[in-house]
Design a protein. Sequence first.
Length: 505
Amino acid sequence: MGNGAKNKQPVMKVTGLTKCFPGVKALDNVDIEIYPGEVHALIGENGAGKSTLIKCLIGAHRPDGGVIEYKGREVAFASPFDSSECGIEAVHQELMLVPWLSVKQNIFLNRELKIGKTCFFDMKKMEAASRKLMARFSLDINVNRPVREYSPSIWKMIDIARVINLHPEVIIFDEPTAILTEREVESLFIAINDLKREGVAVIYISHRLKELQQIGDKVTVLRDGKKIGTCDVSSCSEEELVRMMVGRDIGDYNSRDSLTPGKEIVSLDSVCLKKGQSDVNLQVHEHEIVGLAGLVGSGRTEVAEALIGINKIISGTFKINGKKCEAKSPSQMLGNGVVMLPENRKYSGLILPFTVSFNTVLCIFRKWSKVFYVKSKEKEASEKMIKQLSIKTPSPYQLVSNLSGGNQQKVVMAKALLTKSKLMILDEPTVGVDVGAKGEIHQLMDDYVRQGGGILLISSDLPEIIGLCDRVYVMYENRIVKHLENDDVNEEQIAKYMLTKGEEQ
């Protein structure tokens, strides 16, 4: 344990915390104690109550019952701004930066350094401080450039730097490593260990249980809004934690039996793309899951975007079912039997202010609503998919924004499955998804290819790629540098070509 909790008072103490929403009890009499100089992990399936608990701690939600104590005094924060003023900060799962502002402006937003006693901003001091913070994470970037020019993983590191720069007494990390590279994760863990030595209390939410052994001191498990237990990380195995989370034993969720490939669905032959990817050769057949591996920024998503008409093909040949095709738009490619589940489900895959039902049928309603919208058809189709995918929602008419991350991802899957497309492109389909929901999504993928579909899977989770894929294309600096099959689909081979420039295809 960091500095240990012996002879220390908790910096935060929660007793009997309860929170209800229409149709669901999100938190049910939860107790938890957070100590300085300690990383307290919070785990549970999607919908277990983790995010609700965090929002209650920072004042984003008002609890319906229970007591929150901070530094020995009962508190009731009216807003996240109030909790921030008291020294409690959160790095949220969603990217929280202002895209058109520079890196340094985001880091010092609402906390700008002034020149003496004037009202003028000291841009030079903010620039120097921002560079120092970025260097702490081994990032050499131009802090004067807008953050929109950088990748999502860099955004996340900037957001983390922004929070650390506030020198809080409690930091909440909600899935901080979901979109980070391995090197960035290492830098983050070094920073967290520094925070522990400084006496900062850390609440760490992650679905990556292996990370807990590296960074955690204690772990609390939530299930269906209830606290199942708290234990020292060193005394709990991964299998025990999974059982506590899901209430049952689960098998290897990164595993499936290969099938005999069928006809070719799509192929790219010597393709060059507008966004810079070149000499791309790739095929996907019926009954197979094909992996597209590579570091963030290697060009994986851009290749997938070419298949749905977002990234223009400049040269080379693109074929669907053996016939040449010109991909002009996602709607045109949907008509050709190609559908894509984007990496950012909240902003690209869903319309958050709309219902689960409407989001589910978003890609198909025009088939049965030529003139008038047929509400009964929407209800019939959505209820079928909610049942088939075990989407946890009080009602089809619940706002999709109120669902947990895993259930939101299932809605995106349901939307894609209803199109009955032949090729499904999945970009990081299980990021931020708990171990139980991950297994269910993998089963849906296996069912899809067994029924004759093909899947192109983009994932930064190598065990997921290795366990599910029949073949793997590895990308490095906008090129496919290796095509792996059979026994060559292993972590050593994939990592070798992800991290070094290969020449073979």
